[in-house]
Write a protein that binds this ligand. Sequence first.
Ligand SMILES: C[S@@+](CC[C@H](N)C(=O)[O-])C[C@H]1O[C@@H](n2cnc3c(N)ncnc32)[C@H](O)[C@@H]1O
Length: 267
Amino acid sequence: MKRPVWRPGAAPPAGRPRQARGIRRSRRLFASFLVEQTDPQRFYGDLATDSLATLAEWVDVRDRLVLDVGAGPAQFADAFRGAGARYVPLDHDRSVPSVAGGGVVGSALALPIASGSVDIVFCSNLLEHVPDLEAVADELVRVLRPGGVLYLSYTNWLSPWGGHEASPWHWVSGGYAVRRYRRRHGRPPKNRLGETIFRTSIAQGLRWARSHPDVEALAARPRYLPDRARVLLAVPGLREVLTWNLLLLVRRRDPASTRVGPPGPGR
Ligand SMILES: C[S@@+](CC[C@H](N)C(=O)[O-])C[C@H]1O[C@@H](n2cnc3c(N)ncnc32)[C@H](O)[C@@H]1O
């Protein structure tokens, strides 16, 4: 029997600001991507502003404890703190700007953070750099308090940007992409398959969000594309090439709020 297409269907709460996610926004984002190397301030600044606008549809970050896992540059810190969040960056590389000035140095595979202690977990473009996507995604949910929200996004391997700076030659093979990059630049790329970048798929992320017992999926869509493009996620094969980057927004289930029946004594 054919399995029905999975579509997370929650609507953002009424009264929250709405983000316009049409062609114009995508054009703006892709224009920023073109200057990643030459103007990282603009690139990361635009990405951070856009991510925060997406998140703001679901939650008010003001006064909330936000853990940014794989935080990297400082622009996300500026955006979250500017919006009033209690923002904590975490990265395994102590030299990245976000944690160099104070933050948590640790691995996403075993977060040095207490279970159920964080209001919002933000994890952007980290999962393609870890060998076990599901283990890290589980870890992100573990630290989230019941009712807390996780913003999770990553670039899958078959995306046009799957090989990162060696793209699109990763479509030929991971090894060829590295050799070609080395020939042209005289040094190996930062992202090498099986070492610093791993073969993630869109199917994998969707499967994780659909099947994790503690999460309710709020939204799944191509992060940078117009909202209408989310139909792509229903098409195996094609979604791996065209989605570009998958965004999952999930909420950790709150057993207290889903309990059925009248409140018991003391509740
Ligand atoms: C591509 S950058 C993403 C930075 C930022 N979040 C963004 O969206 O632009 C990936 C970051 O994850 C960090 N990272 C990679 N593997 C990690 C791990 N296992 N644990 C914690 N951080 C990790 C890297 O040091 C890097 O700063």
